[in-house]
Design a protein around this ligand. Structure first.
Ligand SMILES: Cc1cc2nc3c(=O)[nH]c(=O)nc-3n(C[C@H](O)[C@H](O)[C@H](O)COP(=O)(O)O)c2cc1C
Length: 168
C-alpha cells in the first residue's frame, strides 16, 4: 500500500497553495506537512514524496537543502517550486536541477514550477538595491500567481506523477 507525503516549505504561502492543490489531487494514504512538521527519520515511511520550495537566490532555500540531502536512496520523489522570475527563465529551472542533484540517489519522477507573487515587503527591500532593481521591476508581474491556471497545471502534474509511480 503506497503512502504519500506532500512536503512544502513556504515563507509567504505560494508554495503552500501548490502543495494543497497536489494534496487534494492525490488519493489514498496521504499526508501534507510543512518542513518543520516532519520528524527525524519520518520520510523513510513514505513510498512517494512530493517536495516543494520557493526559489531563493536562484536555488533551493538552505533549510530545504538538508531535507533533500537526507532523501533515502531510491526513494520516489517529485519536486515543485514557485519563483518570481518570468515563466521559462533558466534560473527557475536551475533550482529544480539543483534539487535533483541534492537528492542524489533518489528516484526523481518529475518536476513542476510556476510563478509566485513576491511579497510587497520583499519587493520594497529588493528595489532599494541597485543590483536587484531590474529583477524586482520584472518580478512585480508575478503578483497574480499562483493563479487558477497554475493550480490546474499542478493538479495535472500530480496525476502524471501518480501514473509514473504506479508503473515503477
Ligand atoms: C529571499 C528571497 C529570495 C528570492 N530569490 C528568488 C530568485 O532567485 N529567483 C526567483 O525567481 N524568485 C526569487 N524569489 C521569489 C520567490 O521565489 C517567490 O515569490 C515564491 O513564490 C515565494 O514562495 P512562498 O510564498 O512559498 O515563500 C525570492 C524571494 C525571497 C523572499
Amino acid at each position: 500500500m503506497s503512502k504519500i507525503l506532500v512536503m512544502y516549505y513556504s515563507r509567504t504561502g505560494n508554495t503552500q497553495l501548490i502543495a494543497e492543490a497536489i494534496f487534494k489531487t492525490v488519493e489514498g494514504d496521504k499526508s501534507i506537512k510543512s518542513l518543520k512538521e516532519i520528524a527525524d527519520g519520518e520520510i523513510a515511511s513514505y513510498s512517494l514524496i512530493f517536495a516543494g520550495f520557493p526559489v531563493h537566490s536562484h536555488s533551493v532555500p538552505p533549510v530545504v537543502t538538508e531535507f533533500l540531502k537526507a532523501m533515502p536512496q531510491g526513494k520516489k520523489v517529485a519536486f515543485f517550486s514557485t519563483y518570481g522570475s518570468l515563466k521559462g527563465s533558466p534560473l527557475s529551472r536551475e533550482a529544480l536541477e539543483n534539487a535533483t542533484v541534492l537528492a542524489a540517489g533518489a528516484h526523481v519522477l518529475g518536476t513542476f514550477s510556476c510563478r509566485g507573487r513576491v511579497s510587497p515587503q520583499d519587493l520594497d527591500i529588493l528595489m532599494r538595491s541597485p543590483e536587484h532593481k531590474a529583477w524586482t521591476e520584472m518580478a512585480v508581474s508575478a503578483s497574480t500567481h499562483p493563479d487558477e491556471s497554475d493550480l490546474a497545471d499542478a493538479r495535472d502534474f500530480a496525476v502524471r506523477i501518480l501514473t509514473l509511480a504506479a508503473q515503477d
